[in-house]
Design a protein around this ligand. Structure first.
Ligand code: HEC
Ligand code: HEC
Ligand code: HEC
Ligand code: HEC
Length: 273
C-alpha cells in the first residue's frame, strides 16, 4: 500500500531533493512523526488543544506521566491519573452475529485513555502536580485547569465505537504458541491478518506488522496488541493504543494514529478484506 503523493507533495519533495543536492546533504530516515509538544495532547501553556491551555505550567508530560509517585494500578508507564471507575456499555451489547472475539473487562491502556476520554474526570486531574508538594494520591485538579467544553470524548457508551479490550482474530492465539511471524492459523477467525509474536524481557509481545518500520520487529508504526489474561489464558488484545499512538500528532486524518489511514490502511492492517 503506497500513500498517495499529491502534486504539492511532489513539488515539496523536488524542492527538498534540490536543496539536499545543493548542500550536499542527504537525509535517510523513516516517515517524520510530529511529537506531542504543541499538539492537542499538550495541555500545558504551549499546547494546541482547542479547549485552551493550562496557563500555569509549560509541562507537557505531567498531564499523563509523573517521574515519581505514579499510579501503580495502571498498566501504563508512570501514569499520573486516577483510573476511571465508570461502567461501560460494550460493543458486544449490539449482538452482531458476526462477532467472534470475547471481550475482557475494559482495561489495559484503554482505561488510561478513558481516564480523560470517557469524560468522567477533568483532564487536569493529576496525582503528582508540577513542583514541590503537588502530590495527592487520589488525584486533584491542578490550578488553571482546562475546561471540558467541546471535548471529543467517547463517553461511557462504547457500543458505537470500534470494539476494544477484545481478543485479536476471534481468539486462539496464546502465549504458549511459538514466537515468529504468520500466526494466522492460530486465529479462530480467518478474516484477520497474521501477526508476529515475540518474547521481549521474558514477556510475550504481539503486533501486526505494517509497511512502516522493520518487518518482524515491533515498531510504533505497527498495530500493537496488548497482553491480557482471559479465562486463564495469556493472549493478545486490541486496545485503543493498537490503532493510536498518543504522542504522534501527525494528522492522518486525525492526530494520534499509529499510521496514516489513507486508503483505510489502519483498518486493512488487521482486517483481511
Ligand atoms: C495524553 C496523555 C499522554 C501524554 C501527555 C504523554 N503520554 Fe506518554 N504515554 C501515554 C500512554 C497512554 C502510554 C502507553 C502507550 C502504550 O501502551 O502504547 C504512554 C507511553 C509512554 C512511554 C512508553 C512507551 C513508548 O511509547 O515509548 C514513554 C517513554 C512516554 N509515554 C513518554 C512520554 C513523554 C516523555 C511525554 C511528554 C513529552 C509523554 N509521554 C506525554 C500517554 C501520554
Ligand atoms: C488492531 C487490529 C484492528 C484494526 C487496526 C482494526 N480492527 Fe476492526 N476489529 C478488530 C478485531 C479483533 C475485531 C473483533 C472481531 C471479531 O471478534 O469478530 C474487530 C471488529 C470490527 C468490526 C465489527 C465486526 C463484527 O462482527 O461486529 C468492524 C465493522 C470493524 N472491526 C471495522 C474496522 C474498521 C473500519 C477499522 C479501521 C478504522 C478497523 N476495524 C481497524 C481488529 C482491528
Ligand atoms: C490527559 C487527558 C487525556 C488522555 C489521558 C488522553 N487524551 Fe486524547 N485527547 C485529550 C484532549 C484534551 C484532546 C483534544 C481536545 C481538542 O482539542 O479537541 C484529545 C484528543 C484526542 C484525539 C483526537 C485528535 C484530533 O486530531 O482531533 C485522539 C484520536 C485521542 N485524543 C486519542 C487518545 C488515546 C488513544 C489515548 C490513550 C492512548 C488518549 N487520547 C489519552 C485528552 C486526553
Ligand atoms: C481499530 C482502531 C481503533 C481503535 C481500537 C480506537 N480508535 Fe480512535 N480512531 C481510529 C481512527 C481510524 C480514527 C480516525 C477517524 C476519522 O477518520 O476521522 C479515530 C478517531 C478517534 C478520535 C477522534 C474522533 C473525532 O472524530 O474527532 C478519538 C477521540 C479517538 N479515536 C479516541 C479513541 C479511544 C479513547 C479509543 C479507545 C477507547 C480508541 N480511539 C480506539 C481508530 C481506532
Amino acid at each position: 500500500m503506497k500513500a498517495q503523493v499529491t502534486s504539492r507533495k511532489m513539488l515539496q519533495l523536488t524542492v527538498a531533493f534540490g536543496l539536499a543536492a545543493a548542500t550536499g546533504l542527504m537525509v535517510v530516515s523513516g516517515p517524520a512523526q510530529a511529537g506531542i509538544k504543541g499538539s492537542k495532547h499538550d495541555l500545558g501553556s504551549t499546547g494546541g488543544s482547542q479547549l485552551g491551555a493550562t496557563a500555569t505550567t509549560t509541562e507537557v508530560c505531567v498531564f499523563c506521566h509523573t517521574p515519581h509517585g505514579s499510579n501503580t494500578a495502571a498498566p501504563v508507564p508512570l501514569w499520573n491519573k486516577s483510573l476511571p471507575s465508570s461502567t461501560y456499555t460494550r460493543y458486544s451489547s449490539l449482538s452482531t452475529s458476526t462477532l467472534d472475539g470475547a471481550e475482557a473487562t475494559v482495561g489495559s491502556v484503554s482505561l488510561a485513555c478513558l481516564s480523560c476520554h470517557d469524560g468522567s474526570q477533568a483532564m487536569d486531574v493529576m496525582i503528582n502536580a508540577p513542583g514541590s508538594n503537588g502530590y495527592n494520591a487520589a488525584g486533584a485538579n491542578f490550578a488553571g485547569g482546562v475546561a471540558l467544553t467541546g471535548f471529543p470524548k467517547l463517553g461511557t457508551d462504547l457500543s458505537n465505537d470500534h470494539p476494544i479490550s477484545i481478543q485479536y482474530g476471534g481468539g486462539g492465539w496464546k502465549s504458549t504458541d511459538g514466537d515468529g511471524a504468520a500466526a494466522a492459523s492460530a486465529l479462530s477467525d480467518g478474516s484477520f491478518k497474521a501477526g508476529v509474536k515475540s518474547t521481549i524481557n521474558s514477556n510475550p509481545a504481539w503486533w501486526i506488522d505494517t509497511t512502516g518500520g522493520t518487518a518482524n520487529s515491533r515498531d510504533k508504526t505497527d498495530m500493537v496488541l496488548y497482553t491480557r489474561t482471559l479465562s486463564g489464558t495469556v493472549q493478545p488484545f486490541v486496545e485503543c493504543a493498537s490503532c493510536h499512538d498518543p504522542h504522534n500528532s501527525t494528522a492522518q486524518p486525525v492526530s494520534f494514529l499509529r499510521i496514516s489511514n489513507t486508503g483505510s490502511a489502519v483498518c486493512l492492517a488487521c482486517h483481511d478484506k
